[in-house]
Ligand binder design. Structure first.
Ligand code: ARG
Length: 566
């Protein structure tokens, strides 16, 4: 794409000796009103060197510059020079760039040869994969795609919660009340029931907790029975989790969860001791973080066992050694802020300068109308159930509106899942929200299906086109306001992608595609496309094609499919 701002800076610098091209570039402003032009150059600073009043400088410069093919108008208004970009030149530059770059439009190579980890989803074995987990899963998936698009070698890791005393509890519960065949009928739900039962029973009988701790120690020490039960529960859980990941189109390069680090912990503890970062305290070991205004971090318990934070420290060290990451991103809810601050500070205290490359990307909480979600209280909505209901509703709509559609099942799956995912990624991640079946299953207004449908509509127009619009297009036909609005927004796509990566905010891309869909629909409403005037038709088709491409890429970056028919 032509960088018009740069072109203006160069044009001016040929006539202004006192300023470099870069300085002029930095000085350029936007005029107060769009109809005055696209860029404005203020001449105040030149008064000294030119020994003239600023309004005379602007007038003189305009006269010397004369005209230029990129601009419809170059005009002096008081002390400013206003530049109005030629709409045809602008349209040509944007639309031809998109046509030429195709799927790569908006991508960069700024991440070339740099490893970047996005850790996300990180669900817990033998627990519900619930609606709350959609947040980390889809925000993380989008960041993984966005950074990949910017050229990074992005690596997705699912830091499975597959370790800790709760597995001692699960083993005890299974041995006391478990029924293998029953569990096999509906594994995670049945395991969750056992987990809930354990907590109810432990309230009456404290000793159960001790037994659970003993079983966890056995598991840590490689006891075969404990290991087999743990491995079985993990396997059953992963079958279900993978079914959900499949529906969501989410892929992990690694499932190295908490248990993966258990044999890497001793070396980390040794380093913490050698560097005097960790001290003994009542038989346990802690890192004092008082000078950083944080409570102490407990690293080993009295019985020597590790904790959640210990495994996070070991995981970060392992990842640095194994992947030599440029950035190590954790997509985890805001309630864990302190935990992340603590362990990142500990890594820094150990003298690892790369602590600064670890980033906690946090987000707000999803609650239910009846309160926060809690597996233990049995108050959860399974994500798979939400996705399935959304797919069913979509199927019903297709049956009603487009019963002859090919691949109905496939399209219903993509659109239904897309509706749920879009809702998740349409707001700033830090916002809390309350889940409601009604809004999740409503496809009215600004929704995923709306954007997807707009994409399918553009595909349909292009299918009906009986003409080559890839060459010899006269872009001056695209000077009406609706076309101009679409093209202007198309030109912004690369910036939006970059900015969403910088802020770790996929919702910027979601909002962008929504905006683009709305502007495109306005264009489509105002401008018949398949008209008799061949030149006009070609120009409009070129715009439709560029919109189709950009919607498709934008949707894919936030993990949504873009079916061509729906
Ligand atoms: N499994 C944890 C939970 O459900 C989230 C893990 C987050 N990642 C991490 N490296 N600590 O709370």
């Amino acid at each position: 794409m032509i960088d018009f701002k740069q072109a203006i800076a160069e044009l001016l610098s040929a006539h202004i000796e006192a300023m470099s091209t870069e300085e002029i570039y930095e000085t350029l402003e936007y005029p107060k009103h769009e109809d005055m032009g696209d860029y404005a150059f203020p001449c105040f600073k030149l008064a000294k060197t030119f020994r003239k009043a600023p309004h005379m400088i602007s007038a003189d410069l305009v006269e010397t510059i004369g005209t230029h093919e990129h601009f419809e108008n170059i005009e002096a208004v008081a002390a400013y020079i206003n530049f109005k970009i030629d709409k045809g030149v602008f349209a040509k530059s944007v639309l031809e760039t998109i046509a030429k770059e195709g799927d790569a439009f908006g991508s960069t190579n700024i991440g070339e040869n740099k490893n970047l980890i996005v850790e996300f989803s990180s669900v817990n074995i033998a627990k519900a994969f619930h609606m709350g987990h959609i947040r980390s899963t889809m925000i993380g998936n989008a960041l993984y795609k966005i950074f990949g698009f910017l050229g990074y070698n992005a690596i997705s890791i699912n830091h499975l919660g597959d370790y800790g005393t709760q597995f001692g509890k699960m083993i005890v519960a299974y041995k006391m009340w478990g029924d293998r065949d029953l569990i096999l009928t509906d594994p995670v739900r049945e395991l969750v029931k056992l987990y809930v039962k354990f907590h109810d029973e432990a309230e009456k009988d404290e000793t159960l907790n001790d037994t659970a701790r003993e079983w966890f120690t056995k598991l840590e020490n490689g006891n075969q029975e404990a290991y087999d039960l743990w491995a079985w529960m993990k396997e059953l859980s992963l079958v279900e989790f993978d079914r959900v990941y499949d529906l969501l189109g989410v892929h992990f390069d690694s499932y190295a969860g908490e248990s993966f680090y258990s044999d890497k912990i001793p070396a980390v503890l040794a380093e913490l001791r050698d560097k005097n970062v960790m001290v003994k305290s009542e038989g346990a070991e802690i890192v004092d973080l008082e000078e950083f205004n944080m409570p102490p971090a407990l690293i080993t318990k009295k019985d020597g066992s590790s904790l959640y934070i210990t495994r996070d420290i070991a995981a970060a060290m392992y990842r640095k050694n194994h992947y030599n990451f440029e950035k190590n991103i954790y997509v985890v809810g805001a309630p864990q802020q302190l935990h992340f601050k603590q362990w990142m500070k500990i890594i820094e205290q150990m003298g690892h300068e790369w602590a600064k490359d670890c980033v906690h990307v946090d987000f707000g909480t999803v609650s239910l109308e009846e309160g926060s979600m809690s597996t233990r209280k049995g108050r959860v909505i399974y994500l798979e159930e939400v996705l399935q209901k959304a797919i069913d509703s979509t199927k019903a709509i297709i049956e009603e509106k487009n019963p002859n559609l090919d691949n109905k099942e496939e399209v219903a799956k993509k659109v239904g899942v897309g509706a749920v995912v879009y809702q998740e990624l349409s707001n700033n991640r830090i916002k809390d929200y309350t889940f409601s079946w009604e809004s999740t299953l409503s496809f009215e207004g600004e929704t995923g299906p709306y954007v997807m449908y707009t994409h399918a509509r553009s595909c349909s127009v292009l299918r009906k086109a009986d003409i080559d619009f890839k060459s010899g297009v006269d872009y001056s036909h695209l000077s009406d306001d609706a076309s101009k609005d679409v093209i202007r927004l198309l030109s912004k796509f690369p910036e939006v992608v970059l900015e969403s990566a910088r802020k770790y905010e996929p919702s910027m891309v979601t909002r962008y595609v929504t905006n683009l869909a709305q502007r495109f629909n306005r264009f489509y409403h105002d401008n018949p496309i398949l008209v008799d005037d061949v030149e006009l038709k070609k120009a409009r088709l070129a715009l439709v094609d560029a919109t189709r491409q950009t919607l498709k890429t934008g949707l894919s970056l936030v993990g949504l499919a873009a079916p061509e028919r729906m």
